[in-house]
Design a protein around this ligand. Structure first.
Ligand SMILES: Cc1cc2nc3c(=O)[nH]c(=O)nc-3n(C[C@H](O)[C@H](O)[C@H](O)COP(=O)(O)OP(=O)(O)OC[C@H]3O[C@@H](n4cnc5c(N)ncnc54)[C@H](O)[C@@H]3O)c2cc1C
Ligand code: SF4
Length: 328
């Protein structure tokens, strides 16, 4: 591990000041960053602990929720308003990692956790454009069962690992950011981007920018939402495919829907094509299947992950059926 200094920020402005003075990185629960530092994949020379900042969940005047970036994952999943009004978010968080890790992990850190591509972690022997830009990607011709089927590029086929972010993307969450130029807000669906030619550049955050909170809009129908994660083991495994969905039905028609996928792309994947196909359509399995196929029409399988296309289709249909009440 490369030597580093450590400081605990007293408030958000202090965190910004410490980060710019020392060229440092923010530290949440450390459950991802410290692992990467041990492997010398990340080599910050200064860590700024931001777990003492914005650690509350508050009601907004418009009926939405504002979740501080330092709130632990467990606290979000257990919060009564989250469970009642955004159940897909609680379920997504509880499907991730382990109880101990969720107790440590923060909202900000979860959003910015890095991919679990095994070649990215193999600092000693594998080529990885995300770790060393320009050296190549061993996953493309390698063991790529967990990798992307949507939005990948010849430079990187990694997936974003967060379960929580899939639910946040479905709910149109907005990240509150603070940087040298002041405050700004960014939809979560725009915060991460696709690999294109620079998979090491993962987000639209500016250098030193701090996530201070995540805002959830006040949509009462989000209470009819869920999250399903398909994985190799019942716990402690990343998603092969996951689906976050919310459904609003008037009569026998879908009046509104939110759908996002995990385990398929370099970022939480908002399924806009499927949503467009579903709005106004009857809430039947046939229409759910057509919508899933519309979203997955652009999927490009790798040598080991072609099964993900059908798995994603089936999972989307099953989740929408569950929400529509067709399955007990
Ligand atoms: C064994 C294991 C299994 C796991 N399984 C799953 C799983 O199934 N599903 C899943 O979703 N996740 C899983 N995880 C990942 C886990 O969710 C993340 O490690 C965790 O959410 C990261 O949060 P943290 O607060 O510890 O982040 P840290 O490790 O502290 O930080 C991560 C990144 O975020 C940055 N950062 C932190 N806070 C801020 C902020 N406020 N503003 C700007 N930057 C910030 C840091 O600089 C760093 O770059 C697993 C992890 C492990 C170790
Ligand atoms: S898929 Fe991305 S993270 Fe994995 S080896 Fe290739 S470039 Fe690296």
């Amino acid at each position: 591990m490369t030597p580093f200094s450590f400081a605990r920020a007293t408030d958000a402005d202090d965190a910004l000041r410490l980060a710019s003075a020392r060229g440092g990185r923010y530290l949440g629960g450390g459950t991802n960053l410290v692992d990467l530092m041990r492997e010398t994949i990340e080599r910050p020379t200064a860590l700024i602990d931001v777990t003492g900042l914005s650690s509350t969940i508050g009601e907004r005047d418009d009926g939405g929720l504002l979740i501080g970036a330092a709130v632990r994952n467990t606290a979000v999943a257990e919060h009564a308003a989250v469970r009642a009004r955004y159940p897909a978010l609680a379920r997504a968080i509880l499907s991730g990692a382990s109880g101990q890790i969720r107790n440590m992990a923060t909202v900000g850190g979860n959003i910015l956790q890095r991919t679990r591509c095994a070649y990215f972690y193999d600092n000693a022997g594998s080529r990885c454009n995300k770790r060393n830009p320009g050296e190549g990607c061993d996953a493309i011709e390698g063991f790529n069962r967990m990798h992307a089927i949507l939005g990948a590029s010849p430079s990187c086929v990694a997936t974003h690992p967060s379960d929580m972010c899939v639910a946040l993307a479905a709910f149109d969450a907005t990240a509150h950011l603070l940087g040298a130029d002041g405050e700004r807000r960014l939809p979560l669906t725009e915060l991460h981007h696709l690999p294109n030619g620079r998979p090491d550049d993962e987000t639209l955050l500016k250098p030193g920018e701090l996530i201070t909170a995540v805002e959830l809009p006040a949509e009462r129908w989000f209470a009819r939402s869920t999250y399903r994660k398909v994985r190799d083991r019942a716990s402690y495994a990343f998603a092969l495919i996951s689906v976050a969905a919310a459904l609003k039905i008037d009569g026998d028609r879908i009046s509104d829907v939110r759908l996002a996928l995990g385990g398929v792309a370099h970022k939480p994947w908002r399924a806009h094509k499927a949503e467009a196909a579903l709005r106004g359509a009857p809430a039947t399995a046939e229409h759910f299947r057509d919508a899933a196929r519309a979203e997955l029409a652009g999927a490009v399988p790798l040598s080991h992950n072609g099964f993900k296309i059908e798995l994603a289709e089936r999972t989307i249909v099953a989740v929408l059926q569950e929400l529509a009440g067709e399955i007990a």
